[in-house]
Design a protein around this ligand. Structure first.
Ligand SMILES: Cc1ncc(COP(=O)(O)O)c(C=O)c1O
Ligand SMILES: Nc1ccccc1C(=O)C[C@H](N)C(=O)O
Length: 422
């Protein structure tokens, strides 16, 4: 796409944008004068859809009206509320509805998945992750290794960028697999890296793991609602994600979990269980032994938080209306525009860390600051730009295609230019 560095161009793109009307369906934070801030932080916390309060209010009303009978009589009966979300969520992660369950939160789900899918033996016990994985993933994996009496120094293999580089190369991943295939039990990769914004080729990773009989799981925290990862077809064993970033379900909202069809019917797979994972036809018989639901629901422990599910339902309804392919098409243009305008600044104190190729990134661009200077980020914040700083040296900017506009990107660049010359 040919971009032009003018406000008129940005406004024209917005007029031509078939998703433009979704912007009005979100609450934008405002500054002290009541003007909307330039919100480019959907990679940390997605904005609140205006309709979410009605969805939550409905649950409160149903609770007031029905008490315990809301489990069956609420507008979305609480007993099956999470099941209704499996289908729209499956669209977003590229799976069958039976392979998805909305439950817990990301790190909890990661632990539960490792209970089932990290089965170290004396010889095959190592876990491979990307070196700059999000800290929670590193902690979870480190603690799982220790739980199995494996020293993380022995058990962890890091997929690192080469010296002097910032991004991981797939050929290096493959070399690591060649080198360690007989010792590797699990590969666990963040589908889109939180820091660099690099989106990995999940199909390529999964294929190489399958060739060597290595279990493969993905953390989609920065992928879900950003890039459709096609989990079923690529044969990922499991995946986990949160819904409060691109999926706009609200702070700390419920997470998601994918278990591939090849595992969901297993009655022998190890797992930590709870009553909500029990076959729902006999769940309330109470005195029978555990009989797992033959879908990803079989990994549930507890009954889900209904108010949180309401936020997820509200947002998924918007995703369904917008259509994921349309969102991705807009996202590529929008982030491309951001990249073009940053490059036009030709400022040597900043550089783009994220891959330049649209197929290797989602909507986030990570701007790396020379000398790890945080002051630019602080100036931008003072100017009403909402972005975030990630140690040691990155400002993350993420135009979310569901509610951000080309004008947002253009206005951000005006503020950036101002702050760089301030
Ligand atoms: C890649 C990644 N993994 C894990 C987490 C932690 O998620 P949670 O706090 O929902 O467990 C986050 C964000 O907080 C993340 O970005
Ligand atoms: N849930 C949060 C609560 C407080 C502060 C940040 C978060 C984040 O989600 C950070 C995000 N995972 C990140 O990519 O940095």
């Amino acid at each position: 796409m040919q971009y032009i560095n003018t406000k008129a161009f940005a406004e024209q793109q917005d007029r031509n944008d078939p998703l433009n009307s979704f912007r009005d369906q979100f609450h934008f934070p405002v500054d002290q004068k009541g003007n909307p801030k330039i919100y480019l932080c959907g990679n940390s916390l997605g904005l609140q859809p205006k309709q979410t309060s009605a969805y939550v209010q409905q649950e409160l009303e149903d609770w007031a009206k029905f008490g315990v009978e809301g489990h069956t009589d609420a507008q979305s009966p609480w007993l099956t509320s999470h099941e209704d979300l499996a289908k729209p969520m499956a669209e977003i992660i590229g799976s069958q509805p039976e392979e998805v369950v909305i439950m817990n939160t990301l790190t909890v789900n990661l632990h539960l998945m490792m209970v089932s899918f990290y089965k170290p033996t004396n010889t095959k016990f190592k876990i491979l992750i990307e070196s700059d994985a999000f800290p929670s993933d590193k902690y979870a994996i480190g603690s799982q290794l220790k739980f199995h009496n494996i020293d993380p120094k022995e058990g962890l293999i890091l997929w690192k960028p080469r010296k002097g580089e910032h991004l991981c190369r797939h050929e290096d991943f493959e070399s690591l697999i060649d080198l360690h295939k007989d010792e590797l039990s699990l590969v666990m990769i963040g589908s889109t890296n939180y820091y660099s914004g690099q989106a990995f080729d999940l199909e390529r990773i999964a294929k190489r793991c399958q060739e060597e009989n290595i279990t493969v799981g993905f953390d989609l925290a920065h992928g879900a609602g950003n890039i459709q990862p096609n989990l079923h077809d690529i044969g990922a064993d499991f995946a986990v994600w949160c819904t409060y970033k691109y999926l706009n379900s609200g702070p700390g909202s419920i997470g998601g979990c994918f278990v591939h069809e090849k595992h969901i019917k297993s009655t022998t797979i190890d797992r930590f269980v709870g009553w909500w994972g029990h076959n729902k036809d006999s769940r309330f018989n109470m005195r029978v032994g555990f009989d797992p639901t033959p879908t990803a629901d079989g990994w549930q422990l507890s009954n889900p938080p209904i108010l949180s599910l309401a936020g997820t339902r509200s947002s998924l309804d918007l995703f369904e209306k917008a259509g994921f392919d349309n969102l991705r098409e807009k996202s590529i243009k929008l982030t491309g525009f951001l990249e073009f305008l940053i490059d036009e600044l030709k400022d040597s104190s900043i550089s783009i860390l994220t891959p330049r190729n649209a197929s290797e990134r989602g909507c986030q661009l990570s701007i790396q600051m020379k000398n790890a200077d945080r002051s630019l980020f602080e100036k931008l914040t003072a100017k009403g730009v909402v972005a975030d700083w990630r140690e040691p040296d990155v400002i993350r900017i993420a135009p979310a295609p569901l509610y951000n506009s080309f004008t947002d990107v253009y206005e951000f660049i005006q503020q950036l230019k101002h702050c760089l010359h301030d």
